[in-house]
Design a protein around this ligand. Structure first.
Ligand SMILES: [Zn+2]
Ligand SMILES: [Zn+2]
Ligand SMILES: [Zn+2]
Length: 431
């Protein structure tokens, strides 16, 4: 594919990426393979470490008993990159190597590459050396965190690499952890479930905007950059580094903390939709806000009954108009409630909560956004399960129109969606 993008100096933001030609919404702008990547700790047991497919049963590497693969072919393909890592993981047995922080495994892979240098197409537009690290702006607390990661890294690498002084200048362990913190991409599947983390240096040129004109999605570990709006030639390409359904103050705080810049986008400077995000009785929604971390803990522990009980107790409080569903904390509770209901097999109730989220999702995600498409698909599946075919068709159609743009019409999930829509049409035709 001829290059449709180029690196440039974006005023006030340092390096950036811009379009060379006009782009249409849904157009694939760039694809990139990772410089280094690894499966996340949370997805390790269910994700092939080579192709990132999610499967119930995977073969386990007999060496480290940690990496998992679809089949011997996937294992063979991953071996060159896994070989040295395998010895490191094995050295940690019987302690569970799975408890290692994702960034430690990722930085170790970067180091293996650096010690055996080969040109990488992932550095086509921007190289690992050039990536921002912001080390000089880091406070003592953050520095201490990075030092702890370095200690873990040394312990992890000791069987394979004893001397890190051979690393190129500017790419010592602290620099690498700092670069990973502000440049790492979360590799997710089509339904936005986290599968891994990876460095795609050329794509680190993309600056952030709270109303971006592009979106990053993945097929396996390959990154796809797609336009979600019409883009003019020479216009800067942007993505969102964070979840944008957050009040502007929270977005700015998170961007400052993790990426070391102050967001001056139009949405932040005009406090766009802040009033809606924080609508309703403040005493009540502050109470929601305080309860959410505890409830997310229940979610991670799969304590569905307890989670649903607490969601119902809190959401019961806002029946009427105390806090509308558009309030970001109410919306978060609704999402947690859907998850709990689905896991408890309470379909009617799941659909009821899920349906309530759709209007706020539509309101906040005005451009094509994968999060809205995935939510529509989720609700559509519940409607299908409950036999509401007319509604299913409407909901899935909306999901499909978004996913054609964000995922592309060839994406496996979009193909599945097309199949579901056809099925639905056939069923409706029969009745
Ligand atoms: Zn595989
Ligand atoms: Zn292994
Ligand atoms: Zn912003």
């Amino acid at each position: 594919m001829e290059s449709r993008v180029e690196r440039f100096c974006s005023q006030g933001k340092g390096h950036g990426l811009r379009a060379l030609v006009p782009l249409k919404a849904g157009e694939l702008v760039f694809t990139a393979q990772p410089y280094a990547h690894t499966v996340s700790k949370s997805a390790m047991k269910t994700t092939c470490a080579n192709c990132f497919s999610r499967k119930e049963t995977l073969l386990r590497c007999s060496g480290c008993k940690t990496a998992r693969y679809c089949n011997p072919a996937c294992q063979r393909q991953a071996w060159p990159e896994h070989k040295r890592e395998c010895k490191c993981l094995r050295s940690l047995l019987p302690r569970i190597p799975g408890t290692l922080h994702d960034s430690v495994r990722l930085v170790a892979r970067v180091i293996f590459r650096l010690l055996d240098p080969k040109p990488s197409p992932a550095e086509q537009l921007y190289s690992l050396v050039e990536l921002e690290s912001h080390v000089s702006e880091m406070g003592a607390e953050k520095m201490e965190g990075l030092e702890q990661l370095c200690t873990m890294l040394l312990l992890y690498l000791k069987e394979e690499v004893s001397d890190l002084s051979q690393l190129p200048p500017g790419l010592g362990p602290i620099d690498l952890f700092a670069k990973v913190t502000c440049n790492c991409f979360t590799i997710s599947d089509g339904e936005l479930k986290e599968a891994g983390v990876g460095l795609y240096p050329s794509m680190s040129l993309l600056n952030h905007d709270c109303k971006p004109n592009c979106v990053v999605m993945f097929e396996g570990v390959q990154l796809h950059l797609r336009a979600i709006q019409e883009i003019k030639a020479l216009e800067e390409l942007t993505i969102s580094y964070i979840d944008v359904v957050m009040p502007s103050e929270d977005r700015k705080r998170q961007l400052q903390k993790q990426y070391h810049f102050l967001c001056k986008c139009v949405r932040c400077t005009t406090a766009d939709k802040d009033a809606d995000m924080l609508a309703g009785d403040e005493v009540v929604w502050r109470h929601f806000c305080d309860a959410i971390p505890r409830m997310e803990q229940l979610q991670s522990e799969c304590q569905w009954k307890q989670l649903l009980g607490q969601c119902q107790a809190l959401l019961g409080d806002c029946r009427g108009t105390a806090v509308p569903d558009r309030n970001v904390y109410a919306l978060r509770l609704l999402d947690l409630a859907v998850d709990a209901c689905v896991n408890l097999g309470q379909w009617e109730r799941a659909l009821e909560y899920g349906t309530r989220t759709l209007e706020p999702y539509r309101f906040y995600y005005t451009d094509a956004h994968p999060a809205r498409a995935v939510q529509l698909m989720r609700v559509g599946k519940l409607q299908h399960y409950l036999g509401r075919l007319e509604e299913v068709r409407r909901t899935l159609r909306q999901a499909y129109d978004i996913m054609k743009v964000t995922h592309g019409s060839e994406h496996a999930l979009v193909v599945e969606l097309r199949r579901m829509l056809d099925e639905c049409r056939a069923e409706l035709g029969c009745t």
